[in-house]
Design a binder for this molecule. Structure first.
Ligand SMILES: [Mn+2]
Length: 463
């Protein structure tokens, strides 16, 4: 309780400071390229333009020391700079900035260093108030609480904050519900009539046809289309409505119930896989964007295909050009993922070490999707419950390391803690960031082998 009110006090302070900004230059916003970063940037855009500020937004894959140094040299002296969903991981680098910059870091990643900052740098992070930024509040959520303190009417932005949190997989409560401060955002959105959150039978992308949705449900493990057809026939669930394929969305309650119980009883599916809090955006006219979880995946696709502009336009309500562009983004994105996933699952590419899986994608996988690929692998049932470590080469010649826990794993492993420890041992100047269940680092290639060996060893000791 006390922590929460201290966090809100800190939000209020940042909100007050932002309202005091009086700068001839625009406010420079830098945000992360994933769904959380794009929603964070969008909430800032809506908030600042409504409050009469001019601003520019730039979206970054990651915040490297080199990038920061470059920014330091190119932004006008004395500018106001806001970093959202990034910044905590490189916090010490800000102390080398000229003190005339007004810097706001609104982030939720785990702080790895505890350092004194000068007065021109405000670092707002729920972890500082013992609030778990991995599960209870996202980057967009942090920005949201600042936004609603700039103007209480900004609660209309709550759905964006929730989409951001879903993008970061923060729906870790019972029935994949939100917990902690995210739950307060749900309450705001409900009060505005903007979201419904019933527990229901949930499958990914339900606006697709029944066949397509079930085919993609990895956790059931249907062998082929024939099996799905037989399954539906047995349950007396028709595939067609007139001439058209039925969408999964259009089943009636009774059909949902039959389908779910058959999957649980006959296929041994864990009920937690199919019963979820269903975060549905009530005023969303575009059907396939109504499910906030699906919305988040669309934003991720935009960021990863270097079209963050499309993502932000979607967040800000464009349902014309942005939808057309999204269509192209998605087509290319799924091609890219399918190709990489196929490679990952081909003979010998995913190596099983004693305590972890290793996917060495240095020659084959784009750095932008290595995290997504190992996330997808982590939900594969046929893999042993071991953490996954993937790596890819960046455009700057470094190695991006990405780790994920698999769903079935014991909660005894804290990836950010583990990876930070290894980085500390190898070379503390490497960047590392993330959360309990997902973490990453950026290292020189010569350290890769040592890192893999050490991570494997530490995981071994933990299980
Ligand atoms: Mn985030």
């Amino acid at each position: 309780m006390v922590n929460k009110s201290l966090f809100f006090e800190a939000c209020q302070q940042v909100a007050d400071d932002i309202q005091q900004i009086n700068n001839i230059n625009p406010i420079y916003i830098f945000s992360h390229f994933d769904a959380d970063g794009l929603t964070a940037a969008s909430i800032l855009a809506a908030t600042l333009s409504q409050a009469g500020f001019s601003f520019q937004i730039r979206i970054l894959d990651r915040l490297e020391y080199a990038t920061l140094n470059h920014l330091k040299d190119t932004l006008p002296i004395g500018s106001t700079v806001i970093f959202s969903d990034i910044g905590t991981g490189v916090i010490e680098a800000f102390s080398r900035w000229n003190e005339s910059y007004e810097i706001f870091i609104l982030d939720h990643h785990s702080p790895t260093l505890n350092i004194e900052l000068s007065d021109n740098i405000r670092h707002l992070n729920p972890h500082h108030h013992s609030i778990n930024g991995a599960t209870d509040l996202s980057g967009a959520g942090v920005v949201y609480f600042v936004s609603t303190r700039i103007n209480p009417q900004n609660t209309y932005l709550a759905p964006l904050a929730l989409i951001g949190a879903l993008g970061d997989r923060q729906d870790q409560g019972e029935y994949s519900s939100f917990t902690g401060l995210n739950e307060l955002i749900v309450e705001d959105a409900k009060r505005m009539g903007m979201i419904a959150d019933n527990v229901s039978v949930w499958f990914f992308d339900r606006t697709r046809s029944l066949l397509s949705v079930l085919r993609r449900a990895d956790f059931v493990g249907f062998e082929n289309e024939l099996e799905i057809r037989a399954f539906l026939e047995k349950l007396d669930i028709p595939l067609l409505e007139g001439e058209d394929q039925r969408s999964f969305f259009n089943l009636d309650e009774e059909e949902y119930r039959r389908l779910a119980s058959e999957l649980v009883v006959q296929y041994g599916v864990d009920p937690d896989e199919i019963y979820k809090k269903d975060y549905l955006l009530q005023s969303e006219k575009t059907e396939f964007l109504r499910d906030a979880r699906v919305f988040a995946t669309k934003l991720n696709a935009c960021g990863r295909l270097q079209r963050p502009d499309v993502g932000i336009s979607l967040c800000l309500g464009d349902r014309q050009t942005a939808l057309q562009d999204l269509h192209i983004v998605e087509k290319n994105y799924s091609k890219m993922l399918a190709k990489s996933l196929q490679w990952a699952l081909s003979e010998g590419n995913l190596q099983e070490l004693s305590a972890i899986y290793l996917l060495d994608g240095r020659e084959s996988i784009n750095e932008r999707i290595i995290g997504t690929i190992i996330s997808m692998l982590s939900s594969k049932r046929e893999l042993n419950p071991k953490p996954l470590l993937g790596c890819a080469r960046t455009t700057t010649g470094k190695i991006k390391v990405s780790m994920r826990l698999s769903g079935l794993q014991s909660k005894t492993i804290d990836l950010i803690h583990l990876l930070s420890q290894v980085i500390q041992e190898l070379d503390p100047s490497f960047e590392v960031g993330g959360h309990t269940a997902a973490a990453g680092a950026l290292i020189s290639e010569i350290f890769l082998n040592d890192l893999i060996v050490r991570v494997n060893q530490l995981v071994q000791e933990k299980v």
